[in-house]
Design a protein around this ligand. Structure first.
Ligand SMILES: [Zn+2]
Length: 278
């Protein structure tokens, strides 16, 4: 067991989720301001009793009322309501995303992912020379490992750097990136890897390329081949990582704990790399 690091540098590997995020589904964060918060909190005087008719009467006549004036500086508390999909922003896909069963057992949903998988040694594989929309082959993965002279260990979190995240503010981010091949995913899992991350919008090749190849050949292996490995071998992947170029090739920890959503196929993560400075 590692000792707690005494002096660390933490590198943020997560994209900011905001209303302008480039995604297929809209991101809706509704901001309740401090001013509006004062008004809404003030209304809580009406919800203290099961039958608030008397309180409503007293409120309307200003006898029992809390308004912005009753808060310091006229400001209450701020909060937000959000309406976003689980696959928005930097997120972890659980085996349930890939199918109802994995390795013959019910597939794990995000709240069932062992947290030990989510905190482990990280390794960055630089395959930025790969062209967009192409397949990242097993040879690409093995060559990248060879270049940094690293052998994957059980439970390593493998981060695949394609360079795509630099286009995250551009619509092209949705459809221009290389996808990971089925053989590469199988091989990584065989080495004992449970979580594979990528800086691309999707783990497989862009939708339009997979669909075009399927319609041309009617070969089902063109449809989400890397995702569907998860039905045969249990694993998770992280999509939409950023800042992978700020990491050393290895020698750091990765933490990617998912938000604990009941029964979902994915959840947002605050992915970080932790570098021990001592
Ligand atoms: Zn996803």
């Amino acid at each position: 067991m590692d000792r707690i690091f005494e002096k660390v540098k933490i590198i943020d590997l997560s994209a900011t989720i905001d209303n302008a995020s480039i995604e297929l589904q809209p991101v809706k964060i509704k901001y309740i301001s401090h001013k509006k918060g004062a008004f809404l909190l003030g209304l809580s005087v009406l919800f203290q009793k099961k039958f608030p008719f008397k309180d409503l009467f007293l409120y309307l006549f200003g006898i029992k009322r809390i308004t912005a004036k009753d808060f310091p500086d006229g400001l209450g508390l701020a909060w937000e309501d959000i309406n976003i999909g689980t696959h928005i922003g930097t997120h972890l896909d659980s085996p349930w995303h890939f199918g109802p069963a994995s390795e013959g057992r019910p597939a794990k949903t995000i709240d069932q992912i062992p947290l030990e998988w989510c905190y482990a040694d990280g390794v960055v594989l630089d395959i930025r020379d790969k062209k967009q929309k192409e397949l990242i082959t097993l040879k690409d993965i093995q060559d990248a490992l060879q270049r940094i002279k690293y052998s994957i260990k059980k439970n390593d979190i493998v981060l695949i750097m394609t360079g795509a995240s630099q286009y995250a503010q551009n619509k092209e981010y949705l459809r221009s990136y290389p996808g990971i091949s089925r053989e590469a995913v199988f091989w990584l899992i065989k080495q004992g890897v449970k979580i594979i991350g990528t800086d691309t919008w999707g783990f497989d090749r862009p939708f339009e390329n997979m669909i075009k190849d399927y319609l041309r050949t009617k070969d089902k292996n063109h449809l989400w081949p890397a995702h569907l490995v998860g039905r045969e071998k249990e694993y998770c992947h992280i999509e939409k990582l950023v800042n992978l170029d700020k990491l050393p090739p290895y020698g750091f920890k990765v933490a990617v704990f998912p938000i604990k959503l009941k029964g979902t196929s994915a959840a947002w993560v605050r992915a970080v790399a932790i570098i021990n400075l001592r």
